[in-house]
Design a protein around this ligand. Structure first.
Ligand SMILES: CC(C)(COP(=O)(O)OP(=O)(O)OC[C@H]1O[C@@H](n2cnc3c(N)ncnc32)[C@H](O)[C@@H]1OP(=O)(O)O)[C@@H](O)C(=O)NCCC(=O)NCCS
Length: 161
């Protein structure tokens, strides 16, 4: 880990809306999962970089669940939040809502968690600002992120042992 000074925290939430276009379809005419994963990674990067004030990299992606297909013409909104911070890592949770703007119907299509690590100019991880959960939702998200972190550690230990 590098010792670059820790910037003050930026906003820890971010939302982005994108129109699903025909260039993103798979063989069945629905939006390609890979196209959505790329957008998810960009949102996770933006949310963690904005909060930490550092360049960040994706360490791992957890629990990506495609709950329902996404269609061409849907307006897709990614709601991201830093759920928990470690010393140099941040868990970003993303909830994705697809809306048919003509029918005015919306549905929850994806939820997932990205573990992002802040990087210094020397290519080593650097400390991130502290995050204080403010309300009941943020406290619950922090607790759930802690439980996921414990499970990741356990999987890591099993895989290396
Ligand atoms: C991310 C990366 C720098 C971490 O390297 P590292 O040697 O493990 O670095 P550190 O030991 O400083 O650990 C960094 C953080 O990752 C966490 N971490 C590392 N391995 C982990 C694992 N298996 N599970 C959970 N957290 C882990 C560490 O606990 C630490 O977080 P903390 O400071 O909040 O506790 C390195 O794995 C890497 O460069 N990976 C490639 C990233 C990439 O190319 N992503 C795709 C494109 S963006």
């Amino acid at each position: 880990m590098s010792t670059t000074s820790t910037p003050t925290p930026g906003p820890h939430t971010l939302s982005m809306t994108t129109l699903m276009t025909p260039s993103m379809v798979n063989f069945s005419g629905k939006i390609h999962g890979g196209a959505l994963l790329k957008l998810l990674d960009e949102v996770a990067f933006s949310c963690a970089a904005q909060f930490s004030g550092h360049y960040v990299v994706t360490l791992l992606v957890d629990e990506v669940r495609f709950r329902a297909p996404v269609q061409v013409g849907d307006l897709v909104t990614f709601h991201a939040a830093v759920n928990r911070v470690g010393r140099t890592s941040m868990e970003v949770g993303i909830r994705v809502i697809a809306e048919n703007p003509i029918a005015r119907s919306s549905r929850h299509v994806i939820s997932c968690f990205f573990l992002m690590v802040a990087m210094g100019d020397d290519g080593r991880s650097v400390p991130v600002p502290r995050l204080t959960p403010r309300d009941e939702t943020e406290k619950r998200r922090w607790k759930e992120a802690e439980a996921r972190e414990a499970m990741r550690r356990e999987r890591s230990t099993k895989a290396s042992g």
